[in-house]
Design a protein around this ligand. Sequence first.
Ligand code: PAF
Length: 286
Amino acid sequence: MFRIVKAKEFQAECESLRLDGRTIGLVPTMGALHSGHRQLITMARDQCDIVAVSIFVNELQFDNPVDLEKYPRVVDKDLEIASSLGVDLVFTPESADMHPRPTLFHLEVDRLGDILEGASRPGHFAGVATVVAKLFTLAGRCKAYFGEKDFQQLSVISRMVEELHFPVEIVPVPIVRDTSGLAFSSRNLRLDSEQLKSALSLSRALFAARDAIAGGEKDTGKIEELMVRELRREIAGIAQSNQPELDYALVVDPLTLVEPERIDGPVRLLVAARVGGVRLIDNIGV
Ligand code: PAF
């Protein structure tokens, strides 16, 4: 495995690997690699000749400077993990190289960027789209791996690739759950045991809605009510301060993220809630 810091060198290396006939799998990350990233890297390893992982804490996608400052930066540990997973190339650019100052250009994301997660984090998806577009320009023709856990991010990036004609195939990687159904997230580490129990409400609401749809329910409103009920149901034995606080529970079209009037085809069920002050998201395809 080798590490590249300069953007132009990364671009030249990807170009030369492709000229040698190798396929490239790109896994964009902000570091602090966890099991979700392992899943992305493992899938890229199975499908591509070369696995390239980028590690870059992108300031453009943070609306809160404190969050940006607190974001874990553990590059040495990340390099160890990447190497143990058989990664070939790690790209760790400097901020001044990725976003030379003053920056004159950035992407904007209409509609898809302002709803759901974008409503509580203004500018977040514009920042994600801008940095991912730069990474795609540097990596060139490749497959790029994104987790379904951040479903809105996956939708924004898939749409960006289609609309801006990047020569990139987006590979969605399914959510990893533990045996209780809880979706893996680095945020779970911030929850104590009572809050972890409470966090199970999210997947429980999704599974109940999925079962109702499988049982023939086609009314979007009824399915959303069912998820809201599940998320608002007080969990016995859990302190009031640790009960889930609902943000949204929606049925959406998997491509446009618009709510359909009726469920007549594939839909994505999305939920977001705070548990003990930690904002959690989860989703499932039906
Ligand atoms: O999902 C992430 O870690 C980031 O949003 C991404 C895609 C690496 C862009 O900075």
